[in-house]
Design a protein around this ligand. Structure first.
Ligand code: NAP
Length: 250
């Protein structure tokens, strides 16, 4: 699916799912703002992308943005506009998870989760929509199966991802007037740093056993959904949450 010279901001694209989305978007002709929590991480990701695929140096811009920092987010969006004059695609993918029972949790855990997974997403979306409303575009939020069915010891994460689904549907209604489509992708379990740090080996085997397609997803398994939603092929698709989980939630 070709993305022509579309301009995409992809948060959380220094590693894992976001990195793979960035790689495939670049291969499909998009210009991409690569965002991590620090500029150092973003520069490293760009270096790796340049080693792995053939890209024009002008196709990428690295950014260190802390999703908690409103001014940081505003500056980044302004720099993207100043370089490429438009934003066609926003992928809200940066996120953190937790593996903590309610009784063991601290207030700070709740605030941190919502600052990054929800408020950061809302802040960057607001800044991007200021420009995107003049051209139309596609916003894709990374949700989770935990945002549909909940997760044991994941109450704060689940709450943040249920909220992301609510944001997706609400903004689809609000922004349709500007020809901005808003959708989400809800992965199951994906082999990334996040999963390594939060799911035990035993749990991993159980999840694979429960998955009809009988494996754990890699980031590559998810990219097709993002490519579709970002492309003009999805011109009448908005407000959907595409589950890409190998059938785990059936
Ligand atoms: N892996 C799974 O099984 C799974 C399942 C369902 C949903 N998801 C969702 O998929 C998305 C990506 O997850 P992943 O597995 O690819 O995670 P990951 O490998 O841990 O990567 C997380 C990304 O988010 C960025 N990030 C984290 N905190 C940030 C902050 N405060 N400010 C800015 N950027 C920040 C990281 O940047 P740095 O490199 O700079 O730290 C990194 O690029 C998340 O929204 C996650 O909830 C993942």
């Amino acid at each position: 699916m070709k993305l022509g010279h579309k301009v995409a901001i992809i948060t959380g694209s220094t590693r894992g799912i976001g990195y793979m989305i960035a790689k495939r978007f670049l291969q499909n002709g998009a210009n991409v703002a690569i965002c991590g929590s620090t500029l150092e991480n973003a520069l490293k990701a760009v270096e790796n992308l340049k080693k792995e695929i053939d890209i024009n140096p002008d196709q990428v811009l690295p950014f260190g943005i802390d999703m908690k920092d409103t001014q940081n987010i505003k500056n980044m969006v302004e720099q993207v506009i100043s370089k490429w004059q438009k934003i066609d695609i926003l992928i809200n993918n940066a996120g953190i998870t937790s593996n903590c029972s309610l009784l063991d949790s601290q207030d700070e855990d709740f605030y941190n989760m919502f600052e990054i997974n929800l408020f950061g997403l809302l802040k960057i979306t607001r800044e991007v929509v200021r420009y995107m409303k003049d051209t139309g575009g596609s916003i894709i939020n990374t949700s989770s199966m935990v945002g549909i069915n909940g997760g044991k010891n994941q109450v704060a994460y689940a709450a943040s991802k249920f909220a992301v689904n609510g944001v997706t549907k609400s903004l689809a209604k609000e922004l349709g007037q500007y020809n901005i489509r808003v959708n989400a992708v809800a992965p199951g379990v994906v082999a990334t740093d996040m999963m390594k740090n939060s799911v035990s080996e035993e749990m991993k085997q159980t999840l694979i056993h429960l998955t009809p397609l009988a494996k754990m997803a890699t980031p590559e398994d998810l990219v097709g959904a993002y490519l579709y939603l970002a492309s003009d092929e999805a011109s009448f698709t908005t407000g959907t949450i595409i589950q890409v989980d190998g059938g785990l939630q059936l």
